[in-house]
Design a protein around this ligand. Structure first.
Ligand SMILES: Nc1ncnc2c1ncn2[C@@H]1O[C@H](COP(=O)(O)OP(=O)(O)O)[C@@H](O)[C@H]1O
Ligand SMILES: [Mg+2]
Length: 242
């Protein structure tokens, strides 16, 4: 049986100001190693909120269970770590095991492509090896390594963002609408290369998209989103279900 990488039960995050706002509810989600998952739903339905919680960046408001087990070992009780304010332990798990690609890439403009990709490895004090070059070759950005990100096309920048998210060999890859700003053909090409790259590397992919057509073309398990106004219409409550 594959490792249970994420196990969430009754996880709630609220964005409520003056009795109105947004509530994200996760009754139960279980994600196993090497699964490829899509969070699909309209803008504002809570995809980024859920990804930030899975990235251990955002603290849930309530949880009956939130465990992460990035490598086949003893699961970390994330709910408890948040409760005990063990931020440095959470950030250690994140740095070591998670790669996160944002919609806009989030590359540092004053570092070269190579320096951007190297960043997660330097934070972990990993030795220099040929991993940057080999990952850049597979993603087709090996000729851009010495350029600044500003000189690249949007598609190339997202390839760099993926290379950076993968350079420290995380076991979990999170991607927040990583191709939303690209034309459909470029978007499909990049996702195909990324899926090919992570296959066999024992990586669990969780990607968010508002575009059903885009996701249907990839081989992803979809978590269903449902939403409705509750509490006299003051709160929009959104649910993601297995
Ligand atoms: N930092 C924040 N403070 C308050 N409300 C927020 C914040 N981030 C997001 N929201 C609200 O939470 C809801 C879900 O947002 P988000 O997770 O970004 O959705 P999606 O990524 O699906 O577009 C939205 O109503 C948004 O306005
Ligand atoms: Mg979002």
């Amino acid at each position: 049986m594959a490792t249970l990488v994420y196990s969430l039960k009754n996880v709630v995050k609220e964005r409520i100001v003056e009795n109105a706002g947004f509530r994200l509810v996760i009754p139960s989600i279980q994600i196993h190693a090497e699964e490829n998952i899509a969070l699909v739903g309209h803008s504002g339905c809570g995809k980024s909120t859920l990804l930030d919680m899975l990235a251990l960046i955002l603290c849930p408001d309530r949880t009956a269970g939130f465990e992460i087990n990035p490598v086949d070992g003893k699961p970390h009780d994330v709910g408890r770590l948040w409760q005990l304010r063990k931020q440095s332990q959470l950030s250690q798990i994140r740095k070591q095991h998670i790669g996160y690609v944002l919609q806009s890439g989030g590359l540092l403009p004053y570092l070269t492509v190579r320096e951007n990709i190297e960043l997660p490895r330097r934070l972990l004090k990993l030795a220099k090896d040929d991993s940057i070059d080999s990952i850049a070759r597979v993603l087709g950005i090996n000729r851009q390594l010495d350029k600044l990100p500003g000189l690249l096309s949007a598609g190339e920048r997202q390839r760099v963002a993926f290379a950076r998210a993968l350079s420290h060999r995380p076991s979990i890859l999170l991607a927040d609408e990583p191709t939303a700003a690209l034309d459909p053909i470029t978007a499909r090409k990049i996702m195909a290369v990324v899926m090919e790259l992570i296959r066999g590397l024992n990586i669990t992919l969780i990607t968010a998209s508002h575009d059903w057509a885009h996701v249907y073309k990839m081989d992803l398990r979809t978590l269903r989103q449902e939403g409705r106004p509750v509490e006299n219409g003051r709160i929009y409550q959104s649910t993601f279900k297995d």
